[in-house]
Write a protein that binds this ligand. Structure first.
Ligand SMILES: [Zn+2]
Length: 90
């Protein structure tokens, strides 16, 4: 099922991601992958693997996130989540 979430706020970030239709997670929603990474990076929980995360995502929707690498999106979201957490701690 294609993702129906509003990813309008993430279009700029999605545009900067590499296009990747290969490997595990292809056709998954890269914007959702970013959000999941952000949350995991923010919490620094570490209980989920990226494969588990990607398996539970919806398929990609039209827009800047289409055909973008969900792995890169997750990693970038994770990075931003960690930065946000550090900022919140200070
Ligand atoms: Zn999505």
């Amino acid at each position: 099922m294609a993702c129906k979430k509003d990813h309008s706020k993430l279009q700029e970030i999605m545009s900067a991601l590499p296009t990747d239709q290969g490997g595990v997670g292809r056709h998954k929603c890269a914007a959702c992958a970013y959000e999941a990474g952000y949350e995991d990076g923010y919490k620094l929980d570490g209980s989920l693997s990226i494969d588990d995360v990607l398996a539970n995502l919806d398929e990609s929707q039209a827009g800047a996130q289409r055909h973008k690498s969900p792995h890169a999106a997750y990693a970038l979201g994770y990075y931003h989540g960690v930065c946000q957490r550090i900022n919140d701690d200070n």
